[in-house]
Design a protein around this ligand. Structure first.
Ligand code: SPQ
Length: 430
């Protein structure tokens, strides 16, 4: 599907971003292995999370849709999963594959999990190696770095392990395996990544302790809990950037998750000079939530690297866009992980922004962007990557002339209503 977008005279309106994708996956997986039924409200009805639902159903968990897009999950308890009678498919979702790899390594049955072409090219040795240290029998293709993964589940034992890459998926895979392992598992995280799994495990009664950079988990049984999923800050981020770069914008975002391990985009935009306010801060199902308002702003370039990177990892294509129209130079470093996402997001962000007239130079682990460029419409390509499709859609809101976005349906991975929301905000009277 091709989308054609043209800059509107103004952007105005209110958006409730879809439920958080990371939290939705975890709500279904953890409640699926807990004791009792649970309700998951504001579940992200997007392709990635639906892949997790399909896998958990194949493993014997009853999951029904409820009113308003929610789910009712019939937890089967720690010993209740059953062998799937076919290959499991995580589709495009790295989170589904890596979290389930940790869970399945500890089950007394055999599993194969595959994904689409993009997912079958992403690195899996990062989960295979530490799971093997726990005693798991798990294999992948091409020296164990690629899916499909073959898993002969069995009894695991706890380990002490320092994550070699800041990855919440790897951390969560090990936390899931640790629930079933003999003895304690201690995971050290040199740079903090999103902590939704830790928060949810604690709320479900798991024996988990987080002290500084170390997480200790002892074998635990979980009790099911009702979860209201906050709006996804990674989806809200498209409108935050649209609002700050459009010369006539006033956008309100309600019910946005602002967990500090995810909210780096707010800090980065504020440091660039954004006109952004955070109000009505509250806690929903153990996660911090707020309403945001963003208006047209004069941005300046910024340097970002180090511990900030995992807090903005999925928003870096958008930061590159904001930097393209900001005053001065922006340097993004330590973001080499972007090369192994759904696509190589360093190369493809640079490629598409260059087509639109931006000045972006690739670095092995980031980008250098010379700002203050007037963007002009062009024929662009999402590369099948949802975050790139949406970043280009936002760029088109400030570009001169028409922008065409090929493979625009990629937004269905995390934000199926994206193009409708874009049209609604663009329809504001100037
Ligand atoms: O699930 P998937 O495909 O890996 O999704 C992405 C995304 O852009 O939606 C990454 F491509 O988000 C990851 C994120 O980058 C979701 C995630 C999680 O829910 O735990 C953590 C991050 O990945 P990682 O590799 O740092 O653990």
């Amino acid at each position: 599907m091709k989308q054609v977008v043209q800059a509107p005279p103004a952007l105005d309106g209110k958006v409730s971003p879809p439920g958080d994708k990371s939290i939705s996956h975890r709500a279904v997986i953890l409640n699926g292995i807990a004791r009792g039924d649970s309700r998951v409200s504001n579940f992200a009805q997007a392709a990635d999370c639906l892949a997790t639902v399909a896998c958990m159903r194949s493993l014997g968990v009853a999951i029904e849709s409820s009113k308003g897009g929610g789910l009712v999950v019939g937890g089967v308890g720690d010993k209740g999963l059953k062998e799937a009678d076919d290959v499991l498919c995580a589709e495009n979702s790295g989170t589904t594959m890596r979290l389930l790899a940790g869970l399945l390594a500890a089950q007394p049955f055999f599993s194969i999990i595959t994904g689409d072409r993009s997912l079958r090219s992403r690195p899996m040795d990062r989960v295979i190696q530490p799971l093997r240290l726990m005693g798991a029998q798990i294999w992948g293709r091409s020296s164990d770095s690629r899916a499909p993964l073959v898993i002969k589940g069995g009894q695991l034992h706890g380990i002490r392990y320092t994550l070699p890459v800041p990855s919440a998926q790897l951390k969560s895979a090990l936390l899931l395996a640790a629930l079933y392992a003999r003895g304690d598992t201690i995971i050290k995280e040199p740079v903090a990544s999103r902590d939704h799994t830790e928060r949810m495990l604690k709320a479900m009664g798991a024996k988990i302790e987080v002290k500084g950079d170390a997480i200790t988990v002892s074998p635990s049984r979980l009790k099911a809990i009702d979860i209201t999923v906050p709006g996804d800050i990674s989806s809200a981020a498209f409108w935050l950037v649209a609002g700050v770069i459009h010369h006539r914008a006033n956008i309100r975002l309600s019910n946005v998750g602002i967990n500090p391990t995810r909210s780096g985009i707010i800090d980065v935009l504020n440091a660039m000079g954004a006109n952004l306010t955070v109000t009505n801060e509250r806690t929903v199902s153990g996660e911090p939530v707020a309403d945001l308002r963003v208006q047209s702003s004069q941005l300046s370039g910024i340097e970002i690297s180090g511990e900030l990177i995992p807090r903005v990892i999925d928003e870096i294509p958008l930061i590159a866009l904001a930097a393209s129209v900001a005053q001065g130079k922006t340097v993004i470093r330590d973001a080499g992980e972007l090369r192994v996402k759904e696509t190589d997001r360093i190369s493809n962000t640079a490629k598409e922004l260059l087509k639109l007239g931006a000045d972006v130079q690739e670095l092995p682990d980031g980008m250098v962007i010379q700002g203050r460029k007037k963007l002009r419409g062009a024929a662009c390509e999402s590369h099948g990557d949802h975050r790139l499709a949406m970043m280009i859609g936002v760029a088109a809101l400030v570009a001169e002339g028409k922008t065409e976005i090929d493979n625009a349906e990629a937004v269905n991975i995390s934000y199926p209503r994206f193009w409708q929301d874009l049209k609604r905000l663009s329809a504001a009277k100037s």
